[in-house]
Design a protein around this ligand. Structure first.
Ligand SMILES: [Cu+2]
Ligand SMILES: [Zn+2]
Length: 196
């Protein structure tokens, strides 16, 4: 066996390994609390081991003119088909920090702190979030099999001075949520979901 053949075989094994691992994709069907009613689907992509995670999707049926809604990953999983959003527990916080803004460093936010989404006058939110902390793999910061939650009120990033500002951002009730699950998609599907 030639050295070249040996090396190319190793390369093929490695590249197949990477191809089957990355990009990583996830999906969450977001449903109203304690309901089977889907208000939208969110897609997540992590291109490489060290990449930022991009979240893309549209949610409809939020309260019109209530503009900002707290948006977080909470720790526990919920039912995919009829989620009880309360069952998701607290904000995903593996490093035991206080609540913060998505732009805060990892030492000054929960891993799950994604800030707010903006709903238009019709109660529809176009979501495009690029986050540096959450991951779709790994033991410490992975959001897979956790829950994305939409709150009734605005997340104050921990700065509001309310009794729950430093734990929840004073974002109020959980109006909708969805179980985040790994999924696969073709390059074309990914293109359509993330770049259109
Ligand atoms: Cu939350
Ligand atoms: Zn938080």
């Amino acid at each position: 066996m030639s050295v070249l053949f040996f090396l190319s075989t190793i390369f093929l094994i490695l590249s197949n390994g990477y191809a089957s691992s990355y990009p990583l994709y996830a999906r969450a069907n977001v449903r109203l609390d304690n309901s089977a009613s889907v208000i939208g689907t969110l897609y997540f992509i992590q291109a490489t081991r060290t990449s930022l995670v991009i979240i893309r999707g549209t949610l409809a049926g939020l309260v019109p003119n209530q503009t900002y809604h707290g948006f977080h990953v909470h720790t526990s999983k919920v039912s995919e088909t009829r989620p009880n959003c309360t069952a998701a527990g607290a904000h995903f916080n593996p490093y035991n920090r206080t609540h913060g803004a998505p732009i805060s460093p990892i030492t000054q936010r929960h891993v799950g702190d994604l800030g707010n989404i903006y709903a238009d006058q019709y109660g529809s939110a176009q979501i495009l979030i690029i986050d540096k902390i959450i991951k779709l793999t790994g033991a410490s910061q992975s959001i897979i099999e956790r829950t994305i939650i939409v709150h009734r009120d605005v997340d104050d990033y921990g700065l509001g001075g309310q009794s729950d500002s430093l734990t929840t951002g004073h974002a109020g009730a959980r109006i909708a949520c969805g179980l985040i699950q790994s999924t696969s998609m073709t390059e074309k599907e990914a293109f359509l979901k993330f770049l259109s």
